[in-house]
Design a protein around this ligand. Sequence first.
Ligand SMILES: C=CC1=C(C)c2cc3[nH]c(cc4nc(cc5[nH]c(cc1n2)c(C)c5CCC(=O)O)C(CCC(=O)O)=C4C)c(C)c3C=C
Ligand SMILES: [Fe+2]
Length: 388
Amino acid sequence: MGRVGVLLLNLGGPDKLEDVRPFLYNLFSDPEIIRLPFRWMQKPLAWFIATRREKTSQENYKQIGGGSPLRRITEEQGEAIKHQLGELGQEANIYVGMRYWHPFTEEAIAQLTQDNIDKLVILPLYPQFSISTSGSSFRLLEQLWKENPKLQSLEYTVIASWYKQPGYLQAMAELIAGELQHFPQPEDVHIFFSAHGVPKSYVEEAGDPYQQEIEECTYLIMQTLNRPNTHTLAYQSRVGPVEWLQPYTEDALKELGAKGVKNLVVVPISFVSEHIETLQEIDIEYREIAEEAGIHNFRRAPAPNTHPVFIQALSNLIIDSLQQPNLKLSQVTQMKKKVKMYPQERWEWGLTTSAEVWNGRIAMLGFIGLIIELITGKGLLHVIGLLH
Ligand SMILES: C=CC1=C(C)c2cc3[nH]c(cc4nc(cc5[nH]c(cc1n2)c(C)c5CCC(=O)O)C(CCC(=O)O)=C4C)c(C)c3C=C
Ligand SMILES: [Fe+2]
Protein backbone atom coordinates (compact mmCIF):
# COMPACT_ATOMS: atom_id res chain seq x y z
CA MET A 1 0.00 0.00 0.00
CA GLY A 2 1.21 3.54 -0.77
CA ARG A 3 1.21 6.44 1.65
CA VAL A 4 -1.57 6.05 4.27
CA GLY A 5 -3.20 8.91 6.18
CA VAL A 6 -5.27 8.56 9.35
CA LEU A 7 -7.73 11.33 10.17
CA LEU A 8 -8.61 11.38 13.87
CA LEU A 9 -11.92 13.17 14.42
CA ASN A 10 -12.69 14.78 17.73
CA LEU A 11 -14.85 17.47 19.29
CA GLY A 12 -12.22 20.08 20.19
CA GLY A 13 -12.15 22.30 23.22
CA PRO A 14 -11.08 25.84 24.14
CA ASP A 15 -7.29 26.08 24.66
CA LYS A 16 -7.67 29.18 26.85
CA LEU A 17 -10.43 31.15 28.55
CA GLU A 18 -10.83 33.67 25.67
CA ASP A 19 -11.62 30.74 23.37
CA VAL A 20 -14.64 29.64 25.40
CA ARG A 21 -17.25 31.90 23.75
CA PRO A 22 -16.23 31.29 20.11
CA PHE A 23 -15.95 27.56 20.88
CA LEU A 24 -19.47 27.51 22.33
CA TYR A 25 -20.72 29.56 19.37
CA ASN A 26 -19.29 26.99 16.93
CA LEU A 27 -20.82 24.14 18.94
CA PHE A 28 -24.31 25.62 19.13
CA SER A 29 -24.17 26.69 15.45
CA ASP A 30 -24.20 23.00 14.55
CA PRO A 31 -27.69 21.78 13.58
CA GLU A 32 -26.70 18.28 14.78
CA ILE A 33 -26.32 19.73 18.31
CA ILE A 34 -29.37 22.01 18.41
CA ARG A 35 -32.17 21.17 16.02
CA LEU A 36 -34.27 24.18 15.08
CA PRO A 37 -37.24 24.47 12.72
CA PHE A 38 -35.56 27.25 10.69
CA ARG A 39 -31.91 27.36 9.60
CA TRP A 40 -31.82 31.18 9.87
CA MET A 41 -32.41 30.91 13.62
CA GLN A 42 -29.29 28.80 14.20
CA LYS A 43 -26.62 31.53 14.29
CA PRO A 44 -28.56 34.13 16.36
CA LEU A 45 -29.50 31.44 18.88
CA ALA A 46 -25.92 30.09 18.96
CA TRP A 47 -24.66 33.62 19.63
CA PHE A 48 -27.27 34.07 22.36
CA ILE A 49 -26.56 30.77 24.15
CA ALA A 50 -22.76 31.19 23.85
CA THR A 51 -23.02 34.68 25.35
CA ARG A 52 -25.26 33.48 28.20
CA ARG A 53 -23.10 30.42 28.94
CA GLU A 54 -19.66 32.00 28.60
CA LYS A 55 -19.06 32.99 32.25
CA THR A 56 -20.23 29.70 33.83
CA SER A 57 -18.31 27.71 31.27
CA GLN A 58 -15.16 29.82 31.83
CA GLU A 59 -15.48 29.21 35.58
CA ASN A 60 -15.49 25.47 34.88
CA TYR A 61 -12.44 25.68 32.61
CA LYS A 62 -10.66 27.78 35.29
CA GLN A 63 -11.10 24.86 37.68
CA ILE A 64 -9.20 22.56 35.30
CA GLY A 65 -6.28 24.90 34.64
CA GLY A 66 -7.79 27.50 32.26
CA GLY A 67 -8.42 25.42 29.14
CA SER A 68 -9.30 22.06 27.65
CA PRO A 69 -6.59 19.36 27.52
CA LEU A 70 -8.29 17.80 24.50
CA ARG A 71 -5.93 19.07 21.81
CA ARG A 72 -2.81 18.03 23.70
CA ILE A 73 -4.15 14.55 24.51
CA THR A 74 -5.50 13.95 20.99
CA GLU A 75 -2.13 14.94 19.52
CA GLU A 76 -0.38 12.59 21.97
CA GLN A 77 -2.75 9.80 20.92
CA GLY A 78 -1.89 10.57 17.27
CA GLU A 79 1.85 10.34 18.00
CA ALA A 80 1.39 7.06 19.88
CA ILE A 81 -0.72 5.56 17.07
CA LYS A 82 1.87 6.60 14.46
CA HIS A 83 4.58 4.90 16.49
CA GLN A 84 2.51 1.75 17.02
CA LEU A 85 1.55 1.53 13.34
CA GLY A 86 5.25 1.84 12.47
CA GLU A 87 5.97 -1.11 14.79
CA LEU A 88 3.31 -3.09 12.94
CA GLY A 89 4.96 -2.25 9.61
CA GLN A 90 2.45 0.38 8.49
CA GLU A 91 3.87 3.87 8.04
CA ALA A 92 1.17 6.56 8.27
CA ASN A 93 0.64 10.31 8.48
CA ILE A 94 -1.72 11.24 11.31
CA TYR A 95 -4.07 14.24 11.09
CA VAL A 96 -6.27 15.64 13.87
CA GLY A 97 -9.56 17.22 12.77
CA MET A 98 -11.64 18.87 15.50
CA ARG A 99 -15.29 19.77 14.96
CA TYR A 100 -15.58 22.99 17.00
CA TRP A 101 -12.04 24.24 17.70
CA HIS A 102 -8.45 24.17 16.43
CA PRO A 103 -7.10 22.27 14.64
CA PHE A 104 -10.40 22.34 12.70
CA THR A 105 -11.37 19.45 10.41
CA GLU A 106 -11.04 21.86 7.46
CA GLU A 107 -7.38 22.55 8.46
CA ALA A 108 -6.61 18.82 8.63
CA ILE A 109 -8.22 18.25 5.22
CA ALA A 110 -6.22 21.13 3.70
CA GLN A 111 -3.03 19.57 5.04
CA LEU A 112 -3.74 16.03 3.93
CA THR A 113 -4.69 17.08 0.39
CA GLN A 114 -1.26 18.76 0.14
CA ASP A 115 0.51 15.63 1.36
CA ASN A 116 -0.70 13.51 -1.58
CA ILE A 117 -1.59 10.45 0.43
CA ASP A 118 -2.86 7.35 -1.36
CA LYS A 119 -5.45 6.14 1.13
CA LEU A 120 -7.16 7.76 4.10
CA VAL A 121 -8.67 6.06 7.15
CA ILE A 122 -11.27 8.23 8.94
CA LEU A 123 -11.42 7.34 12.61
CA PRO A 124 -13.71 9.22 15.03
CA LEU A 125 -12.39 9.21 18.60
CA TYR A 126 -15.86 8.38 19.90
CA PRO A 127 -16.31 4.64 20.55
CA GLN A 128 -20.08 4.84 20.03
CA PHE A 129 -21.85 6.57 17.15
CA SER A 130 -24.14 9.54 17.81
CA ILE A 131 -25.69 11.96 15.35
CA SER A 132 -24.27 14.74 17.55
CA THR A 133 -20.64 13.57 17.53
CA SER A 134 -19.29 11.24 14.80
CA GLY A 135 -22.45 11.93 12.76
CA SER A 136 -21.81 15.67 12.81
CA SER A 137 -18.16 15.25 11.75
CA PHE A 138 -19.14 12.82 8.95
CA ARG A 139 -21.70 15.29 7.61
CA LEU A 140 -19.09 18.04 7.59
CA LEU A 141 -16.69 15.75 5.70
CA GLU A 142 -19.41 14.86 3.19
CA GLN A 143 -19.81 18.59 2.56
CA LEU A 144 -16.06 19.12 2.14
CA TRP A 145 -15.89 16.15 -0.24
CA LYS A 146 -18.69 17.64 -2.38
CA GLU A 147 -16.82 20.94 -2.65
CA ASN A 148 -13.34 19.62 -3.38
CA PRO A 149 -12.56 17.63 -6.58
CA LYS A 150 -9.14 16.65 -5.15
CA LEU A 151 -10.88 14.82 -2.31
CA GLN A 152 -13.24 13.07 -4.71
CA SER A 153 -10.31 11.21 -6.24
CA LEU A 154 -8.86 10.20 -2.86
CA GLU A 155 -9.44 6.60 -1.74
CA TYR A 156 -10.76 6.51 1.81
CA THR A 157 -12.61 4.37 4.31
CA VAL A 158 -14.58 5.29 7.42
CA ILE A 159 -14.77 3.54 10.78
CA ALA A 160 -18.28 4.37 12.03
CA SER A 161 -18.09 3.11 15.61
CA TRP A 162 -15.80 0.69 17.38
CA TYR A 163 -17.04 0.09 20.94
CA LYS A 164 -16.89 -3.70 20.41
CA GLN A 165 -13.14 -3.68 19.63
CA PRO A 166 -11.64 -6.26 22.08
CA GLY A 167 -8.52 -4.16 22.82
CA TYR A 168 -10.65 -1.14 23.72
CA LEU A 169 -12.80 -3.30 26.05
CA GLN A 170 -9.62 -4.73 27.57
CA ALA A 171 -8.16 -1.26 28.17
CA MET A 172 -11.41 -0.13 29.85
CA ALA A 173 -11.48 -3.27 32.02
CA GLU A 174 -7.85 -2.70 33.07
CA LEU A 175 -8.54 0.93 33.96
CA ILE A 176 -11.53 -0.09 36.11
CA ALA A 177 -9.61 -2.95 37.77
CA GLY A 178 -6.81 -0.47 38.55
CA GLU A 179 -9.29 1.66 40.55
CA LEU A 180 -10.97 -1.29 42.28
CA GLN A 181 -7.66 -2.36 43.80
CA HIS A 182 -7.57 0.86 45.86
CA PHE A 183 -10.50 -0.41 47.94
CA PRO A 184 -10.01 -2.86 50.84
CA GLN A 185 -12.88 -4.97 49.45
CA PRO A 186 -12.91 -4.48 45.68
CA GLU A 187 -15.93 -6.76 45.18
CA ASP A 188 -18.09 -4.41 47.32
CA VAL A 189 -17.52 -1.44 45.03
CA HIS A 190 -20.37 -0.29 42.81
CA ILE A 191 -19.26 0.47 39.22
CA PHE A 192 -21.01 3.54 37.85
CA PHE A 193 -20.87 4.05 34.06
CA SER A 194 -21.47 7.68 33.20
CA ALA A 195 -22.14 8.28 29.51
CA HIS A 196 -22.51 11.69 27.91
CA GLY A 197 -26.25 12.28 27.46
CA VAL A 198 -28.13 13.29 24.31
CA PRO A 199 -31.71 14.57 24.00
CA LYS A 200 -34.16 11.64 24.11
CA SER A 201 -35.65 12.75 20.77
CA TYR A 202 -32.34 11.95 19.00
CA VAL A 203 -32.87 8.29 19.83
CA GLU A 204 -36.66 8.06 19.70
CA GLU A 205 -37.39 10.31 16.71
CA ALA A 206 -34.18 10.55 14.69
CA GLY A 207 -33.08 6.92 15.15
CA ASP A 208 -29.70 7.67 16.78
CA PRO A 209 -28.17 4.25 17.70
CA TYR A 210 -26.21 5.93 20.52
CA GLN A 211 -28.22 4.62 23.50
CA GLN A 212 -28.21 1.03 22.20
CA GLU A 213 -24.43 1.20 21.54
CA ILE A 214 -23.77 2.66 25.00
CA GLU A 215 -25.84 -0.08 26.67
CA GLU A 216 -24.08 -2.82 24.70
CA CYS A 217 -20.69 -1.24 25.39
CA THR A 218 -21.40 -1.21 29.15
CA TYR A 219 -22.41 -4.86 29.00
CA LEU A 220 -19.27 -5.82 27.06
CA ILE A 221 -16.95 -3.95 29.43
CA MET A 222 -18.54 -5.74 32.41
CA GLN A 223 -18.12 -9.08 30.62
CA THR A 224 -14.47 -8.31 29.89
CA LEU A 225 -13.89 -7.18 33.48
CA ASN A 226 -15.39 -10.46 34.66
CA ARG A 227 -15.92 -9.43 38.31
CA PRO A 228 -19.00 -9.83 40.51
CA ASN A 229 -19.49 -6.08 41.15
CA THR A 230 -22.89 -4.44 40.79
CA HIS A 231 -23.13 -1.67 38.20
CA THR A 232 -25.29 1.21 36.96
CA LEU A 233 -25.45 3.18 33.72
CA ALA A 234 -26.51 6.84 33.79
CA TYR A 235 -26.21 9.90 31.52
CA GLN A 236 -24.41 13.16 32.34
CA SER A 237 -23.93 16.70 31.01
CA ARG A 238 -27.54 17.60 30.16
CA VAL A 239 -27.90 21.03 28.51
CA GLY A 240 -31.15 22.99 27.99
CA PRO A 241 -34.79 22.38 28.88
CA VAL A 242 -35.68 19.26 26.83
CA GLU A 243 -35.67 15.70 28.17
CA TRP A 244 -32.35 13.81 27.74
CA LEU A 245 -31.60 10.13 28.11
CA GLN A 246 -32.29 8.93 31.65
CA PRO A 247 -31.41 8.20 34.39
CA TYR A 248 -29.45 11.41 34.89
CA THR A 249 -26.11 10.90 36.64
CA GLU A 250 -26.93 13.22 39.56
CA ASP A 251 -30.24 11.41 40.28
CA ALA A 252 -28.67 7.96 40.01
CA LEU A 253 -25.90 8.97 42.45
CA LYS A 254 -28.46 10.21 44.99
CA GLU A 255 -30.46 7.02 44.61
CA LEU A 256 -27.40 4.82 45.18
CA GLY A 257 -26.45 6.89 48.24
CA ALA A 258 -29.97 6.44 49.62
CA LYS A 259 -29.65 2.67 49.10
CA GLY A 260 -26.52 2.66 51.25
CA VAL A 261 -23.78 2.41 48.59
CA LYS A 262 -20.53 3.74 50.11
CA ASN A 263 -17.88 2.75 47.56
CA LEU A 264 -18.05 3.85 43.97
CA VAL A 265 -15.89 3.84 40.83
CA VAL A 266 -17.20 6.17 38.11
CA VAL A 267 -16.36 5.14 34.54
CA PRO A 268 -16.76 7.74 31.75
CA ILE A 269 -17.57 5.81 28.57
CA SER A 270 -18.50 8.13 25.69
CA PHE A 271 -15.11 9.63 25.24
CA VAL A 272 -11.49 8.51 25.23
CA SER A 273 -9.61 11.54 26.62
CA GLU A 274 -9.75 13.55 29.80
CA HIS A 275 -11.79 16.71 29.25
CA ILE A 276 -14.03 19.18 31.06
CA GLU A 277 -16.73 16.58 31.74
CA THR A 278 -14.34 14.16 33.46
CA LEU A 279 -12.01 16.63 35.21
CA GLN A 280 -14.61 19.16 36.31
CA GLU A 281 -18.09 17.64 36.10
CA ILE A 282 -17.31 14.16 37.46
CA ASP A 283 -14.26 14.89 39.63
CA ILE A 284 -15.67 18.03 41.25
CA GLU A 285 -19.47 18.35 40.82
CA TYR A 286 -20.57 14.70 40.91
CA ARG A 287 -18.06 13.88 43.65
CA GLU A 288 -19.71 16.55 45.81
CA ILE A 289 -23.21 15.21 45.07
CA ALA A 290 -22.05 11.66 45.85
CA GLU A 291 -20.46 12.70 49.14
CA GLU A 292 -23.60 14.54 50.20
CA ALA A 293 -25.55 11.37 49.39
CA GLY A 294 -23.26 9.35 51.70
CA ILE A 295 -20.99 7.79 49.05
CA HIS A 296 -17.74 8.59 50.85
CA ASN A 297 -15.30 6.50 48.85
CA PHE A 298 -15.50 7.94 45.36
CA ARG A 299 -12.96 7.24 42.63
CA ARG A 300 -12.97 7.65 38.87
CA ALA A 301 -11.38 5.43 36.23
CA PRO A 302 -9.07 7.52 34.03
CA ALA A 303 -9.99 8.02 30.37
CA PRO A 304 -7.97 5.67 28.09
CA ASN A 305 -5.81 8.60 26.77
CA THR A 306 -2.53 6.94 25.65
CA HIS A 307 -2.91 3.67 27.60
CA PRO A 308 -0.76 1.21 25.58
CA VAL A 309 -3.54 -1.41 25.28
CA PHE A 310 -5.86 1.29 23.97
CA ILE A 311 -3.33 2.62 21.45
CA GLN A 312 -2.72 -0.95 20.29
CA ALA A 313 -6.51 -1.35 19.90
CA LEU A 314 -6.82 1.78 17.73
CA SER A 315 -3.83 0.73 15.63
CA ASN A 316 -5.35 -2.73 15.04
CA LEU A 317 -8.62 -1.07 14.10
CA ILE A 318 -6.80 1.02 11.48
CA ILE A 319 -4.91 -1.98 10.06
CA ASP A 320 -8.13 -4.04 9.90
CA SER A 321 -9.99 -1.24 8.13
CA LEU A 322 -7.24 -1.07 5.47
CA GLN A 323 -7.80 -4.76 4.73
CA GLN A 324 -11.60 -4.59 4.54
CA PRO A 325 -13.82 -3.14 1.78
CA ASN A 326 -14.01 0.66 1.94
CA LEU A 327 -16.91 2.21 3.81
CA LYS A 328 -18.13 5.51 2.31
CA LEU A 329 -19.31 8.58 4.21
CA SER A 330 -22.74 8.26 2.58
CA GLN A 331 -23.02 4.76 4.09
CA VAL A 332 -22.34 5.91 7.65
CA THR A 333 -24.38 9.12 7.68
CA GLN A 334 -27.52 7.13 6.97
CA MET A 335 -29.22 5.89 10.12
CA LYS A 336 -29.36 2.14 10.58
CA LYS A 337 -33.05 2.46 11.41
CA LYS A 338 -34.72 3.99 8.33
CA VAL A 339 -36.12 7.09 10.03
CA LYS A 340 -36.07 10.47 8.37
CA MET A 341 -34.41 13.22 10.40
CA TYR A 342 -37.45 15.45 9.90
CA PRO A 343 -40.24 12.92 9.30
CA GLN A 344 -43.16 15.34 8.96
CA GLU A 345 -41.57 17.64 6.36
CA ARG A 346 -44.20 17.10 3.56
CA TRP A 347 -47.12 19.49 3.97
CA GLU A 348 -50.72 18.16 4.04
CA TRP A 349 -53.85 20.24 4.57
CA GLY A 350 -56.31 19.54 7.41
CA LEU A 351 -55.83 18.36 10.98
CA THR A 352 -52.74 16.44 9.97
CA THR A 353 -49.40 15.63 11.60
CA SER A 354 -47.65 18.26 9.48
CA ALA A 355 -50.15 20.92 10.62
CA GLU A 356 -49.50 19.94 14.24
CA VAL A 357 -45.76 20.09 13.67
CA TRP A 358 -45.96 23.57 12.17
CA ASN A 359 -48.24 24.71 15.01
CA GLY A 360 -45.64 23.42 17.44
CA ARG A 361 -42.79 25.10 15.58
CA ILE A 362 -44.52 28.48 15.49
CA ALA A 363 -45.43 28.17 19.19
CA MET A 364 -41.79 27.29 19.93
CA LEU A 365 -40.59 30.39 18.07
CA GLY A 366 -42.92 32.54 20.15
CA PHE A 367 -41.73 30.79 23.29
CA ILE A 368 -38.03 31.29 22.47
CA GLY A 369 -38.79 34.98 21.79
CA LEU A 370 -40.51 35.25 25.16
CA ILE A 371 -37.62 33.62 27.04
CA ILE A 372 -35.09 35.90 25.29
CA GLU A 373 -37.16 38.95 26.21
CA LEU A 374 -37.50 37.78 29.82
CA ILE A 375 -33.74 37.30 30.19
CA THR A 376 -32.39 40.26 28.21
CA GLY A 377 -35.22 42.77 28.64
CA LYS A 378 -35.23 43.15 24.82
CA GLY A 379 -37.39 41.61 22.11
CA LEU A 380 -35.99 38.93 19.76
CA LEU A 381 -35.66 41.38 16.84
CA HIS A 382 -33.56 43.71 19.02
CA VAL A 383 -31.36 40.87 20.20
CA ILE A 384 -30.58 39.65 16.69
CA GLY A 385 -29.95 43.24 15.60
CA LEU A 386 -32.91 43.75 13.22
CA LEU A 387 -34.38 46.59 15.33
CA HIS A 388 -32.55 49.31 17.27
C1 LIG B 1 -26.32 20.85 23.65
C2 LIG B 1 -26.16 19.67 23.24
C3 LIG B 1 -25.01 18.77 23.33
C4 LIG B 1 -25.01 17.46 22.87
C5 LIG B 1 -26.15 16.72 22.19
C6 LIG B 1 -23.72 16.93 23.15
C7 LIG B 1 -23.33 15.62 22.86
C8 LIG B 1 -22.07 15.11 23.14
N1 LIG B 1 -20.92 15.79 23.55
C9 LIG B 1 -19.90 14.90 23.76
C10 LIG B 1 -18.61 15.22 24.21
C11 LIG B 1 -18.18 16.47 24.65
N2 LIG B 1 -18.93 17.60 24.79
C12 LIG B 1 -18.14 18.62 25.29
C13 LIG B 1 -18.52 19.90 25.59
C14 LIG B 1 -19.81 20.37 25.43
N3 LIG B 1 -20.89 19.72 24.89
C15 LIG B 1 -22.00 20.53 24.93
C16 LIG B 1 -23.28 20.24 24.47
C17 LIG B 1 -23.70 19.03 23.89
N4 LIG B 1 -22.97 17.89 23.76
C18 LIG B 1 -21.56 21.77 25.52
C19 LIG B 1 -22.42 22.96 25.77
C20 LIG B 1 -20.22 21.67 25.81
C21 LIG B 1 -19.33 22.72 26.43
C22 LIG B 1 -19.18 22.47 27.89
C23 LIG B 1 -19.23 23.76 28.61
O1 LIG B 1 -18.23 24.40 28.60
O2 LIG B 1 -20.28 24.12 29.12
C24 LIG B 1 -16.82 18.14 25.46
C25 LIG B 1 -15.70 18.93 26.11
C26 LIG B 1 -14.53 19.39 25.34
C27 LIG B 1 -13.56 20.02 26.29
O3 LIG B 1 -13.60 21.22 26.40
O4 LIG B 1 -12.76 19.35 26.95
C28 LIG B 1 -16.84 16.81 25.07
C29 LIG B 1 -15.69 15.88 25.05
C30 LIG B 1 -20.40 13.61 23.47
C31 LIG B 1 -19.57 12.35 23.59
C32 LIG B 1 -21.75 13.74 23.09
C33 LIG B 1 -22.75 12.73 22.68
C34 LIG B 1 -22.63 11.49 22.55
FE1 LIG C 1 -21.04 17.65 24.63
